[in-house]
Design a protein around this ligand. Structure first.
Ligand SMILES: [Zn+2]
Length: 150
């Protein structure tokens, strides 16, 4: 089952992965910068084992999630200067059924037509508009540094 899972394949190859794929890794959770985002700071927070429903998380995994989303949100405020963060979890796309929380900076100048769930505009742009891998690593590094100084 996990062979078809993008997130599990990433987890299996973590040591060789870009820093943007593993900017913060704990026993239970991995945080990545979304590879297909045109919005700087779009983070994805995933359990390190295959889980297809939030209800399948262990108590220990669940206990770490709240503080983690808080820490990452604080780091996003300080690095990309968002006014708040959005948190979303669907795991519906083909090959992406592994639970993953989208943690997205809501920028002060976000156009009204892209607010709320319409923020996914920035995750559905053509590849030519995605952030470069260099830029993703740069943002990932800035966020990781913020987490370390907390
Ligand atoms: Zn998986």
């Amino acid at each position: 089952m996990t062979g078809d899972c993008y997130s599990c394949r990433q987890e299996d190859a973590l040591a060789a992965a870009s820093f943007a794929e593993r900017l913060h890794v704990t026993d239970f959770w991995r945080t990545a910068h979304a590879f297909n985002s045109s919005l700087p700071g779009w983070l994805v927070v995933l359990p390190r084992r295959h889980v297809s429903s939030v209800a399948e998380l262990t108590p220990a995994e669940a206990a770490e999630l709240g503080p983690l989303l808080h820490q990452l949100s604080t780091a996003l405020h300080e690095t990309v200067r968002c006014t708040k963060t959005y948190v979303m979890q669907f795991a519906e796309a083909e090959g992406f059924g592994h639970v993953h929380f989208h943690l997205v900076p809501r920028m002060p100048d976000l156009p009204s037509e892209h607010r709320g769930p319409r923020i996914f505009h920035y995750l559905t742009r053509p590849e030519s508009e995605w952030l470069t891998s260099e830029r993703r690593v740069e943002i990932a590094t800035a966020i990781a540094e913020r987490l370390r100084t907390e």
